[in-house]
Design a protein around this ligand. Structure first.
Ligand SMILES: NC(=O)c1ccc[n+]([C@@H]2O[C@H](COP(=O)([O-])OP(=O)(O)OC[C@H]3O[C@@H](n4cnc5c(N)ncnc54)[C@H](OP(=O)(O)O)[C@@H]3O)[C@@H](O)[C@H]2O)c1
Length: 288
């Protein structure tokens, strides 16, 4: 019988990209939900949904993702990023396998080499702390879960850095962009494909590869270099992009200065090829 895969946060960036892939996986029965269909903060609703729909896998794309707003909106941030994850875990225990999405913000960004899954966490923002608390809640209730930490996510859907830079590039003759924060962008369509590859792998091998995994695109860049390529690929020639240090762009939440993620574990375990960030950006902008 086709396995039932619950997608939460299906109207977000990642959830929308996952939804685009459903037709490529006719062997699965996808059940996409967002807050209107299933509010994850409602413990009873989550429990009955998972049980009544006979869910086999849960891909949790739902989150509170407004990083700066979270600094003032602490209760709601924890309600969604920690308590809702616990609700899912309690509903899934003994029934469904969970693939949960987490973030590079669980790290403090002081590393000089790509972060491995075993590296010490030390979140510097409310958002990062709430996401780490979500990871811990999941392990406590469902230790057989899989967490994928990702970074710098963008897509044709929702609000993200790529869309903002295209808009500002069209509006302004000059743009200052932070050049001393290093990381790797992640095209949500690639991450969506990687998540489904995990499920296919689990079904083929009859073994769910529980644990923490890191996933972003390949390579390393800064927000400044990222913007330069966004403008080039979008054909924006009327905006001068200037590199600035983080100190000249204060934000409410502290971001990691370095958040490159080591992808070795997911590549070796699931056997996926991770595209280079420049190539993925090109594919995304072509779809816009
Ligand atoms: N965006 C990034 O740069 C980034 C970086 C690293 C990791 N991540 C992680 O990647 C995952 C996907 O991020 P994303 O950018 O796709 O997020 P997103 O676009 O903000 O989507 C999250 C979705 O979850 C929904 N949601 C919020 N509260 C909910 C609730 N109580 N019940 C059910 N659904 C709820 C949201 O609905 P509303 O819009 O109505 O609130 C939204 O549709 C998240 O776990 C995030 O923490 C993101």
């Amino acid at each position: 019988m086709a396995k039932n895969i619950l997608i939460t946060g299906a109207k977000g960036q990642l959830g929308s990209e996952l939804s685009e892939l459903f037709s490529q996986y006719p062997e699965f029965n996808f059940i996409p939900t967002d807050i209107a269909e299933l509010d994850l903060t409602n413990k009873e609703a989550v429990a009955s949904f998972v049980s009544e729909q006979k869910i086999d896998y849960i891909v949790n794309c739902a989150a509170y993702t407004a990083v700066d707003k979270a600094e003032d909106d602490i209760d709601l941030c924890y309600k969604i990023n920690r308590d809702a994850v616990r609700n899912l875990a309690e509903a899934a225990a003994g029934k469904a396998k969970i693939i949960h999405v987490s973030t590079d913000y669980v790290f403090d960004g002081t590393a000089v080499n790509p972060y491995q899954e075993t590296d010490a966490t030390n979140p510097q923002s409310v958002y990062g702390k709430s996401k780490l608390a979500g990871e811990e809640a999941l392990w406590t209730v469902c230790p057989e879960s899989l967490i994928i930490r990702t970074a710098w996510l963008y897509s044709i859907y929702g609000n993200n850095f790529v869309k903002t830079m295209i808009r500002l590039g069209k509006e302004r003759p000059d743009l200052n962009v932070v050049a001393d924060q290093k990381g790797t962008p992640t095209y949500a369509a690639d991450l969506a494909q990687a998540i489904l590859s995990v499920i296919v792998h689990a079904e083929k091998t009859n073994a769910f590869p529980a644990g923490i995994y890191h996933y972003s695109n390949e390579g390393i860049t800064s927000w400044f270099e990222f913007t330069e390529l966004i403008h080039q690929l979008a054909g924006i020639t009327t905006c001068n992009v200037h590199p600035i240090p983080t100190s000249q762009y204060p934000t409410k939440a502290t971001r990691p200065m370095y958040s490159v993620l080591d992808k070795t574990k997911i590549k070796q375990t699931v056997g996926i090829i991770v595209p280079q960030w420049e190539e993925s950006l090109k594919r995304c902008i072509e779809r816009m």
